[in-house]
Write a protein that binds this ligand. Structure first.
Ligand SMILES: C[S@@+](CC[C@H](N)C(=O)[O-])C[C@H]1O[C@@H](n2cnc3c(N)ncnc32)[C@H](O)[C@@H]1O
Length: 253
């Protein structure tokens, strides 16, 4: 008989930001699959087995977890943040779509989590308080010209924008190019937040403007939020400034 596969988002890193449902799923699993840094954050029992893999081998990792579940085990595929946001839930669905019939019989339970942009937004106020979009700058799985087009159109449409996977050693130049695309459309004073390792001990949150945004302010653990023309900064003396995008949009806004 087929078993179960949980696809679990464990949140951005703070233990309190992992949902009770995610904790239950992890506790129920006998075999836990995922990228090693995510598995290392879990406090597994001796009777649970971690199966770590390379971050680039998504479909192979999904297949291995589905094989385990198809044999009758309870497996979990673990992602940081939310498993459906630039993470393993889509890879597992794609593996089921394209893989052997036995994988369709597996009970699949996708457990949501707190995604990085929500953790970063909460640190500064409510920059995603109105319409927004999320764009990954990684061109491992999509062409760079598609990313450029989406950045330009999202800025023209007035969305606040959350950038995931902003920079890596293999992709050092793209974030600067992304800022230049946004500067061609948006005013220079638009607020920008660099949220690094939100919820972890090494968290660093930096607020600047589009004019002041520099690629070296980000690393692989950073989610960047770019406001829109309505996003406001509220100075509060001793307390950190607040950033918010109002719930209302003026006519022709
Ligand atoms: C492969 S994506 C995974 C996103 C994850 N599934 C989520 O929902 O947050 C990795 C990117 O997520 C962002 N990220 C993940 N955890 C973060 C955190 N704690 N603080 C800021 N950004 C984070 C960074 O942009 C990083 O490059």
């Amino acid at each position: 008989m087929s078993g179960r596969l949980f696809v679990v988002g464990t949140g951005p890193g703070a233990p309190g930001q992992m949902t009770p449902e995610a904790r239950e799923a992890i506790s129920a699993a006998t075999h836990l699959f995922g990228y090693k840094p995510y598995l290392d954050r879990l406090d597994l029992r001796a009777d649970q087995q971690a199966v770590a893999s390379d971050n680039r081998e998504e479909l192979a990792r999904a297949g291995a977890a589905l094989d385990m579940a198809a044999e009758g085990e309870t497996a979990a595929m673990v992602s940081g943040g939310d498993a459906g946001v630039f993470a393993m839930a889509a890879a597992v669905c794609e593996a089921i779509d394209k893989g052997p019939a036995a994988w369709r019989e597996v009970e699949l339970i996708v457990v949501p989590g707190v995604t990085a942009m929500l953790a970063v937004a909460a640190r500064v106020g409510a920059p995603l308080g109105n319409d927004f979009c999320a764009i990954s700058l990684s061109d491992n799985l999509k062409p760079w010209d598609v990313i450029e087009k989406r950045l330009r159109l999202a800025a023209e449409a007035g969305f606040a924008i959350a950038l995931y996977n902003p920079i890596s050693k293999a992709r050092p130049h793209q974030l600067g190019e992304a800022f230049n695309i946004l500067r061609a459309v948006l005013p220079m004073e638009i607020p920008v937040v660099f949220g690094r390792a939100a919820g972890r001990p090494d968290e660093r949150i930096t607020m600047t403007t589009l004019d002041g945004a520099r690629p070296e302010m980000a690393d692989m653990a950073t989610c960047i939020i770019i406001g829109n023309v309505h996003t406001r900064i509220v100075e509060r003396g001793e307390r950190p400034a607040l950033l918010y995008t109002p719930r209302s949009v003026p006519a022709h806004g």
